[in-house]
Design a protein around this ligand. Structure first.
Ligand SMILES: Cc1ncc(COP(=O)(O)O)c(C=O)c1O
Length: 450
């Protein structure tokens, strides 16, 4: 039976039983059950955009629960979902004016995939079913989304159960051959999409999915504008839909409602989650246009849904989160604080030779840790930089986020992504603690690579 000491039953299964027990949160801080305070400088997995303990959201939940918490979406529409859809459509750029609500990022990606496929069939292009994605990338862990995720480590035992979807390299333009400009590198990487579409047979390719700003797999990787422009042109030329996975980058985290707005790249479908309900409720969305949806509806309508699709409670939370974002100008704060944080991370990169590229926009920022900052040669994997630096930070009460790429074999990526409410003083505190953690790691790299 269960052991209950320290509030641990050992009945809940999760791979990390040694983790501290969370007690409460306020603003950008979290306390554990032993009274230790942590700065949530990653917003969990880039989720808690409003920080912790937001009163308006708590009141919205209580008010909605007092009315009704759940109604089956096949039996009833609800005011919160109708209103939230209109409010989000007012924020969304381009022609994105139609929204399907679900319960998280993987579900949002699945909804995009299924809508794209039903669009192709309704448009008389039923041979299109392949979805090109990037390596490395992250699109979730349900089997459909995992098929698109560019991370062989995640495939593991599930490989034979996945649909084998084509992958092209993610555009690490910084680490390019001598003599090539960054723009030329961007076009070279975009060209790989076209080559892959042609290789697969364009008439069989349904969509290309990418994170416009990478997440954990690429440490907030972006590319020069030429990449985004060319990707859109290639998709148009071959009748391929462009799906932007903005599960992490959307809902204002980068200073705009969608990260796509930084480069003016128009998606056909967008997956959103994380910041949309800011961790106050499981929530996600698939955003598209009336133009695309009309075709699907002409073919019989969107054949998809879950028990919790468009939950009135989730949508009430989404409305309160959006109202906070807008009234407190938190997208603006993300842009301003993000610029400050990026300049501080660049200063760290100047002081620590093992920091490679500082990447990202707004408060979705990252860096990689390398042996050679010109070529991007990774550190020896046995140094476990991804774990060591996160642990050195955690000891100091600072939570950052890391991932090792390429099947966990090489490439240590870090994300620094505090809640959108972060202040200047809090940024300085985060950077001070991060500097201490990097100092602790410095002798390890010096011993290994000189
Ligand atoms: C870009 C991206 N897509 C999809 C997902 C999957 O979201 P979820 O974990 O909510 O299923 C994530 C989660 O980190 C993500 O970062």
């Amino acid at each position: 039976m269960a052991t209950v000491g320290d509030n641990r039953s050992n009945m809940f299964f999760w791979p990390r039983p040694e983790l501290p027990m969370v007690e409460r949160g306020e603003g950008i801080h979290i306390w554990d059950s032993e009274g230790r305070r942590y700065i949530d400088a990653s917003s969990g997995p880039q989720t808690t955009a409003l920080g912790h303990g937001n009163q308006r959201v708590a009141e919205a939940v209580a008010a909605q629960m007092a009315k009704i918490s759940y109604a089956f979406p096949s039996h009833f529409l609800s005011e919160p979902s109708e209103r939230l859809a209109a409010e989000l459509a007012a924020q969304a750029p381009f022609d994105l004016d139609r929204i399907f609500f679900c319960s998280g990022g993987s579900e949002a990606v699945e909804a995009c995939i299924k809508l794209a496929r039903q669009h192709a069939i309704a448009a008389g292009e039923g041979r299109r079913y392949k979805i090109v994605s990037r390596m490395p990338s992250y699109h979730g862990t349900t089997l459909g989304a995992l098929s698109l995720t560019g991370d062989p480590a995640g495939f593991g035992p599930f490989a034979p159960m996945l649909v084998n979807q084509p992958k092209i390299p993610a555009p690490f333009c910084r680490y390019r051959p001598r003599g090539e400009s960054e723009e030329e590198a961007a076009l070279r990487f975009a060209g790989m999409l076209e080559a892959e579409i042609v290789e697969q047979g364009a008439e069989t390719v349904l969509a290309f999915i990418m994170e416009p700003i990478g997440g954990a797999a690429t440490g907030a990787l972006t590319a020069p504008e030429a990449y985004y422009t060319r990707v859109r042109e290639i998709c148009d030329a071959h009748g391929v839909l462009l799906i932007l996975d903005e599960v992490m980058s959307g809902a204002g985290r980068t200073g705009r409602f969608l990260a796509a707005e930084h480069w003016g790249v128009r998606p056909d479908l967008v997956a959103l989650a994380k910041g949309l309900a800011a961790g106050y409720f499981p929530f996600g969305a698939c955003l598209t246009s009336t133009r695309l949806l009309d075709v699907v509806e002409g073919g019989g309508g969107f054949n998809h849904g879950h028990t919790y699709s468009a939950s009135p409670l989730a949508c009430a939370v989404g409305r309160a989160v959006l109202a906070e974002h807008l009234e407190r100008d938190l997208y603006g704060n993300a842009a301003r604080m993000g610029a400050l944080l990026k300049s501080r991370l660049q200063a760290l990169a100047a002081d620590f030779p093992f920091i490679g590229e500082v990447k990202g926009e707004g408060l979705l920022l990252g860096f990689d840790v390398v042996a050679d900052a010109r070529t991007g040669t990774p550190l020896p994997p046995e140094l476990n930089a991804n774990l060591a630096i996160v642990e050195a930070a955690r000891k100091r009460g600072l939570i950052i986020y890391s991932r090792r790429m390429f099947a966990g074999v090489r490439g240590d990526q870090f994300l620094v992504s505090p809640p959108l409410i972060v202040t200047e003083a809090e940024i300085e505190e985060i950077v001070g603690l991060l500097r201490e953690a990097l100092e602790e790691f410095r002798p390890v790299t010096e011993a290994a690579i000189g």
